[in-house]
Design a protein around this ligand. Structure first.
Ligand code: BES
Ligand code: MN
Ligand code: ZN
Length: 486
């Protein structure tokens, strides 16, 4: 899909040639200065009780008299904020995305002005609402015909708003990639497939991609990662993808994504209900690839490295058993009391591996704990960091991207829970505070790093009727990485 700015000609909005014209009506009263044919449609609808100037209201008119666009849409936007705009676009697109319109022109009326942030939100909202999974579903409806979206604005603002559109496009494409990867079933999206997709992304976007195999991980001593992978017949992959957008001397940012392509729980096996959703347990890995895609597409002047430990967590005759003790890459030993707490085991070795890059900061992203879903539900991701400045930067990036997170504690007191009789630490504590003890476990591997952890167990996918990957937290991560670019 193509996004661009378009100047409003002398014929005004009524004279805009487009398959569909969407007018976002800012404010809480009839907008002033609207062309007569448009104002008349709106006034009549208000009079008939079919439209009001409050959030959630939309109106559709087909071939309205005196209006050049065949399809005329209004959406109320009492407050012209990115959040309000996202909702309004989602509702308004419901009318056109499955119809015949190929071009959509979007205007802002009612005294509010476009900003780059609104332009960015527009693109993200359109990209989000036209997405449809079809990779393994031949009977899925055909993709939306919508091909061009133009933002109607004045000449003077076009260049600044164009930059907002470009950012939105990159975030939209990165989010889409993350959704595609995470939605794919686990028999398709294996560790090998993830590695292939990373290589493909590398070719297309100019990333350096390297994939470590089991032998390489053995040589390095990644005993925790290997222990999780050993129960599966699918070969493990450790993906290293690098975007070199800045000088070599510039310390990179490192993103570590949990890449469990299916989590059965292992010998500590999960109950059957909803176990299918554990194909989404590589949502962190998907978000790392999505972020790399966006950052490379924008040619951002920043060095960014994505690390993805990828494997399945399966029960088998070779699987790791409760009580087994393994030696991590850091040299610390771990008693695996619960094989279902596998995410932290693959992440801890990846975090130790990150040290070699002398990074400016490391952020891991993982569908790590059911406890985080209990704590925060599905709106905010859990954020853990001992570094206040890093935590603030991530929280702000999330707010700005409408992809919010919430900071959780990491007090030393929580570390008690990980004591083990047989190793330096256990991989689980008691039920209480499960999201925090998981983060405390990871913290033990980050003494040499400026580190933050995002638990996206509640935000990476939706369950139920609208089941599917969200692509979160790609918007947060892209904003965060771009804030480091020069
Ligand atoms: N991938 C799961 C976390 C998860 C569970 C995310 C359900 C979303 C929904 C993770 O590997 C896991 O199994 N965690 C355990 C940890 C426990 C054994 C300490 C959990 O949360 O139950
Ligand atoms: Mn698990
Ligand atoms: Zn898991």
């Amino acid at each position: 899909m193509d996004f661009k700015t378009q100047a409003i000609g002398p014929a005004g909005l009524a004279g805009i040639a487009a398959d569909a014209l969407l007018i976002l009506v800012a404010g809480t009263a009839a907008p002033e200065g609207l062309d007569a044919p448009l104002a008349e449609v709106l006034a009549a609808a208000v009079k008939d009780g079919d439209f009001a100037f409050k959030a959630g209201q939309t109106l559709y008119a087909h071939r309205a008299a005196g209006v050049k666009a065949q399809r005329l849409l209004f959406a109320s936007l009492p407050e012209a904020t990115p959040k309000g705009l996202r909702r309004a676009i989602g509702l308004a697109l419901g009318y056109v995305k499955s119809g015949g319109a190929r071009q959509l022109a979007v205007a802002l009326a009612g005294g509010a002005a476009w900003t780059p942030a609104l332009a960015e939100a527009l693109v993200q909202a359109v990209a989000e609402s036209v997405y449809l999974y079809s990779a393994t579903k031949p009977s899925a409806p055909p993709p939306a015909r919508l091909a061009t979206v133009s933002l109607l604005c004045g000449k003077a603002e076009a260049s600044a708003l164009g930059a907002g559109l470009r950012r939105g496009e990159a975030i939209g494409a990165g989010t889409r990639l993350a959704r595609e990867l995470a939605n794919r079933p686990a028999n398709h999206c294996t560790p090998t497939y993830l590695a292939e997709q990373a290589r493909k992304l590398g070719r297309e976007q100019g990333l350096k991609v390297e994939v470590l195999e089991r032998k390489d991980c053995e040589k390095l001593g990644m005993g925790a990662f290997l222990a999780v992978a050993q129960g599966s017949d699918e070969p493990l992959k450790f993906i290293v993808a690098r975007w070199n957008g800045a000088a070599k001397t510039e310390a990179p940012l490192v993103l570590v994504g949990k890449g469990i392509t299916f989590d059965t729980g292992g010998i500590s096996i999960k109950p059957a209900a909803e176990m299918d959703e554990m194909k989404f347990d590589m949502g962190g890995a998907a978000s790392v690839l999505g972020t790399l895609h966006a950052v490379a597409a924008l040619k951002a002047k920043v060095n960014l490295i994505g690390l993805i430990p990828a494997c399945e967590n399966m029960p088998s005759g070779r699987a790791v058993k409760p009580g087994d003790v393994v030696t991590s890459l850091s040299g610390q030993t771990i008693e695996i009391l619960n094989t279902d707490a596998e995410g932290r085991l693959i992440l801890c070795d990846a975090l130790s591996y990150a040290e070699r890059f002398k990074p400016a900061a490391v952020v891991d992203i993982a569908t790590l704990t059911g406890a985080c879903v209990v704590a925060l539900g599905h709106h905010r991701s859990g954020l853990f960091s001992a570094d206040d400045a890093l935590a603030r930067a991530l929280l702000e990036a999330g707010e700005a991207a409408l992809d919010p997170a919430w900071r959780m504690p990491l007090d030393d007191e929580y570390d008690e829970a990980l004591k083990s009789h047989y190793a330096d630490m256990a991989n689980v504590g008691p039920r209480a505070g499960g999201a925090i003890t998981a983060a405390m476990f990871l913290k033990r591997f980050t003494a040499k790093l400026r580190w933050a952890h995002l638990d996206i167990a509640g935000t990476a996918w939706r369950s139920g009727a609208a089941k599917g990957a969200t692509g979160r937290p790609v918007p947060l991560l892209v904003n965060f990485v771009l804030s480091h670019a020069r």
